[in-house]
Design a protein around this ligand. Sequence first.
Ligand SMILES: O=C(O)C(=O)C[C@H](O)[C@H](O)COP(=O)(O)O
Length: 220
Amino acid sequence: MMMFPDEILQRLQRTGIVAGFSVEQTQHAVPLAKALFKGGIDAIELTLRTAAGIDAVRAICAEVPEMLVGVGTILTPETVREVKAAGASFGVAPGMNARVVRAAQEIEFPFAPGIMTPSDLEAAIELGCRFVKFFPAEAAGGISYLRSMSAPYKHLGIQYFPLGGLNAENMLPYLKESNVAAIGGSWIVKQTMVNNEDWDGITTSAANVIKAKNKGFENE
Ligand SMILES: O=C(O)C(=O)C[C@H](O)[C@H](O)COP(=O)(O)O
């Protein structure tokens, strides 16, 4: 079974930058998603680390349909089903859990497990994954680590989604790598901005990231 439809992969590739965040209060979810979209970020990874997580996914899917809604920190098969029912378009996890991958396959929910080592990657490949999250990207060794780790699997056409320690200063080499579909991280949405309901600040933060990306590709 196709683990990750081309259509969603292409949506991720279009902007190439995914804003990761979690929300403490459900009512923050919709204005936050709208603020990101206004700044040019059209894909999110809402991490399920708070009680408000699933309700926040549901609210964004219902009220901000222009946003591509991904969910992170999917650690159990039950959560895969819950996240799909909430309306999310795709899911990711920090690690490679075969039970979670199989649960996603059973209900045809696009899912990218997290990988860091060749062994993680081979486990994901064996389960049929061709799109994987690379986490924690910077701590693992960054772009040079990704290049050498992924080299033996190049012929398989794996696409990577690096997260973990990324920001506007170090994202460009990843974005320029041909097997990187998109990058993401939590630096775009600062928790203090959410707490202060500073939606304009979040729009500016998103716009600055897009600006930095465009500048980095200017002379190519
Ligand atoms: O929860 C998941 O599914 C994850 O894999 C973890 C998050 O994507 C990272 O925590 C983002 O990393 P930072 O940008 O360094 O904060």
